[in-house]
Each structure stands twice: as structure tokens, then as C-alpha cells.
Design a protein around this ligand. Structure first.
Ligand code: UDX
Length: 435
């Protein structure tokens, strides 16, 4: 099948490469000619494990091409995926900014030729798919099309395997013909017995927000438990394991930490709150989840300050991990970048390291010192803080770190280390919700 992806960002590029791998002819289109030139020259604009090899393979085998030409890309497509960004609006009110989607759809509509399924892939507020259909009908009254909502559930760092082995495929569609096209597109998954949930447009749009909000609330719940554990002298790691072994609850997403970040949870929880507000209904649990997450980040600042004896002024802090999670170069809403600046403002010197995120962080925070290894970051530091659980930080040589540091405070915001072993190495150990 001929498929066009409008928007070659994270979701568009991963989806395009994976659909090409399924055997479809895919055009990844973007207005950004620098990005398209870079891709045409064999570059990959984002860091995602396995993506480069997948793109190279499908380009070499002739199933994946990149283009800036909307007309040519859309004319021959049987399905056009809209995967342009939906950032939180610049007004800072939590609404998703749909300007990019609507502009792309308006521009695309006039080039539709023959029956085409227009697929909303971007995470969008409830009602967007119907609005997209209205825009297309207005811009091109002769167009023969259906709009489908097909939310993605890709995790950064694991996006390819999430696409190839999803828990489910959600198809919001009110046309049997369009549903048939979608099933053909995802045929390889059908053969793997992946559950398909076919539903209305509004339900599909809401499913994405509900799934992300539930996961975000689950993290806030365990972070709240971690705070209670600290207050009563209990261990949240054992608590999470025991609670999570209840099959009704499940063990995943019960890892306490410095609060969730990334491109989805912060943005989608706020957008869901706005959807609820607009419709005059309460979303108190999600609201609390968002508040607990902000409080968790603030609590981490205090935790670091307390471990430094009540003041960070004049102290050197080694920060390990800047991205919001491992295996990505994404810094959006990264806890490290919320927690470190207030410490800097109060007079701390910051020496940081990250396997992927240093270049972009340096543009935002030029006054931090950027180290070439975790050990260099720890040189002369009073405390080391582990923000992101990259594999290379999971088995650090504690004796070597201790030897280069000035102080002996080890703050493990991901509970990666065994406190006893860290203490044995001569450190004061501080975790999240544990003794
Ligand atoms: C998430 C969803 O998992 C994915 O389905 C959706 O499509 C996009 O949003 P992503 O943002 O890539 O994916 O990362 P995820 O692995 O879900 O982690 C999000 C944040 O939660 C990270 O900051 C992570 O460190 C944090 N987290 C996750 C925890 O603090 N504890 C956990 O137990 C799990």
C-alpha cells in the first residue's frame, strides 16, 4: 500500500520506518527541508535505538523515501498519516496547540486523489478528528476520504519494539471501508494476534489520554508512597514489589524517582485536564497526579540540599543523567533540568554528564560544567546525584568515585544502587523512599 506520513518528527519517522518494514511503500514528508535533506543523506535527526538501521534498510530496499513535496507525496497515497507535533500551547494553559495539524491538513486536502484514509496519529484532544474531516471537506469538497484516529503508544528508547509488538492497536473509525484499510496496513500485527480495538473517533482520542494519565498517576502514586515510606521508616522498593505482585495492580510503572518527564505524560495530563474542564467535568485524580509530580521535583531539590547539610551554596554537585529517561536524547520536561537550576541559583557548582543529552543541555545552561565521563563529573564534588538510570551508571566503580570526590554524599534518585554497598564504599547513601 502507498502510505504518506506528514510530519517526520519522532512519531512520524518511527511509524514510517516500521510501516515500510511491514512491506508498504512509505513517503515521509516534512516541510523542514533541512531535516529532509539530512535524512536523504543518511542522517537520523533523533537518537532512538535501532532506528538508523531500520531506516537504512528500508531506504536501500526502496520502500522508504523522504520528501518536502506535499502534492507528489499525497496524490498517490491510499492512506495519509498526520504525525505533526502537538506541543502544549505557548499560552501555557495546558491546551494542545493544534495549529500545525490544521495547517498541514488544509494544505494536504487539495492534493487528495481517489479514496484516501486520513489517519490522525498525533495525540490530539477529543473532537480533533471531526474537525480534521470538516477542514478537508471545506478545502476540497470533491475529496473522497475518511478520517481515522489511530493513537500511538510508543515509548522513547523502545519505540521500534513497541511498534512491532504492541499491546493493542486502537482504530477510531466510523467507516467500514476505512477500518478495512487500517487492518490491511497493520496486517502483520493481525497475524501475531495483536488485539485490535475498533471504536468511535472520540473514544480513540480519549483512550490515548486515559492510558497516559493512568500511567502518570501510577508513578505519582508510588512517589507519594515513597514520601510516606521516608516519613515512617519503610522501604518503598519492597513495598512496590509486594503491591505490584497483585496481578490486578501489576509491577510496571511502580518505580519511584524524581518525578515523570518526557514529551507525553506532562503534556497529555494537562491536555486531559483541559478537555475535562471544557466539558464542565472534574478530573480530580489526574489533577492530583500532576500536582504530586511537581511536588516530587521540588522535594528532590530539598533532598539534595538536606544531604548537603542544609545549604548548597559553594558546594559542587555532580549530576549524572540529564535526559528524562535512558536511551533517548530527549530533554523535554526532564526532572534533572527542573531540579538542577534552583541549586545553581543558590550557589552550587554543577558538573554534569549524560551519554546523549549534553550538547542540547549546554545550549540551555551554558554555565554548567560538562564532563566527558561520570568520573570526571565527580571530580572534587561534595555530592553525586544520579538522575537518569542509564546502563552505564548502573555499575559505577564506587571506590574510584569516592577517591576523586571531595565529599561522600551519594544521592540515588532512581534507587538503582544497593544502599548497603554504597555505604560500605564509604558514602552517605540517600535514595527515594528507602532507608
Ligand atoms: C510514554 C508512554 O509510556 C507511551 O506509551 C506513550 O506513547 C508516550 O509516553 P515515554 O514518555 O517515552 O512514553 O517514557 P516512559 O517510559 O513511559 O517514561 C515516562 C517518564 O516516567 C520518565 O520520566 C520515566 O523516568 C518516568 N517513570 C516511568 C518513573 O518515574 N517511574 C516508572 O515506574 C516508570
Amino acid at each position: 500500500m502507498n502510505i504518506t506520513m506528514i510530519g517526520t518528527g519522532y512519531v512520524g519517522l518511527v511509524t514510517g520506518a516500521c510501516l515500510a518494514e511491514f512491506g508498504h511503500q512509505v513517503v515521509c514528508m516534512d516541510k523542514d527541508s533541512a531535516k529532509i535533506n539530512f535524512l536523504q543523506d543518511g542522517g537520523i535527526p533523533i537518537y532512538e535505538p535501532g532506528l538508523e538501521a531500520l531506516v537504512q534498510k528500508n531506504v536501500a530496499e526502496g520502500r522508504l523515501v523522504f520528501s518536502t513535496d506535499m502534492a507528489v507525496s499525497v496524490q498517490s497515497a491510499q492512506a495519509v498519516f498526520v504525525a505533526v507535533g502537538t506541543p502544549s500551547s505557548r499560552r501555557g494553559d495546558g491546551y494542545a496547540d493544534l495549529t500545525y495539524i490544521y495547517a498541514a491538513v488544509r494544505e494536504m486536502a487539495v492534493h487528495l486523489a481517489g479514496y484516501t484514509v486520513v489517519v490522525d496519529k498525533s495525540t490530539v484532544p477529543v473532537g480533533t478528528a471531526r474537525q480534521v474531516a470538516r477542514i478537508i471537506a471545506e478545502a476540497n469538497p470533491a475529496a473522497e476520504f475518511d478520517v481515522v484516529s489511530n493513537p500511538e503508544f510508543l515509548r522513547e528508547g523502545a519505540a521500534i519494539s513497541d511498534f512491532m509488538r504492541p499491546d493493542r492497536v486502537v482504530i477510531g473509525s466510523e467507516s467500514e471501508r476505512a477500518t478495512g484499510v487500517m487492518k490491511e496496513i497493520y496486517d502483520p500485527l493481525y497475524l501475531l494476534s495483536t488485539p485490535f480495538v475498533t471504536t468511535t473517533l472520540e473514544t480513540a482520542e480519549l483512550i490515548k489520554y486515559a492510558a497516559n494519565a493512568f500511567l502518570a498517576v501510577k508513578i505519582s502514586f508510588i512517589n507519594e508512597m515513597a514520601t510516606i515510606c521516608e516519613a515512617v521508616g519503610a522501604d518503598v522498593k519492597d513495598l512496590a514489589r509486594a503491591v505490584g505482585l497483585d496481578g490486578r495492580i501489576g509491577r510496571k510503572f511502580l518505580h519511584p524517582g524524581p518525578g515523570y518527564g518526557g514529551s507525553c505524560f506532562p503534556k497529555d495530563t494537562l491536555a486531559l485536564l483541559r478537555v475535562a474542564q471544557e466539558h464542565g467535568v472534574a478530573a480530580r485524580i489526574v489533577e492530583a497526579g500532576v500536582e504530586v509530580n511537581a511536588a516530587q521535583k521540588a522535594r528532590m531539590v530539598k533532598k539534595i540540599r538536606d544531604a548537603l547539610g542544609g545549604s548548597e551554596s559553594g558546594k559542587t554537585i555532580a549530576g549524572l543523567g540529564l535526559t528524562f529517561k535512558p536511551e533517548t536524547d530527549d530533554l523535554r520536561d526532564s526532572p534533572a533540568l527542573t531540579i538542577l537550576p534552583p541549586l545553581y541559583e543558590k550557589g552550587a557548582r554543577l558538573q554534569v554528564h549524560d551519554p546523549q543529552g549534553m550538547k542540547q543541555t549546554a545550549e540551555l545552561f551554558p554555565h554548567f560544567t560538562y564532563a566527558s565521563s561520570p568520573y570526571e563529573a565527580c571530580q572534587g564534588a561534595d555530592a553525586v546525584v544520579l538522575f537518569t538510570e542509564w546502563n552505564q551508571y548502573r555499575a559505577l566503580d564506587l571506590a574510584r568515585i569516592k577517591a576523586v570526590m571531595k565529599g561522600a554524599v551519594f544521592i540515588d534518585l532512581r534507587n538503582v544502587y544497593d544502599p548497603a554497598k554504597v555505604r560500605e564504599a564509604g558514602f552517605q547513601y540517600v535514595g527515594v523512599g528507602r532507608l
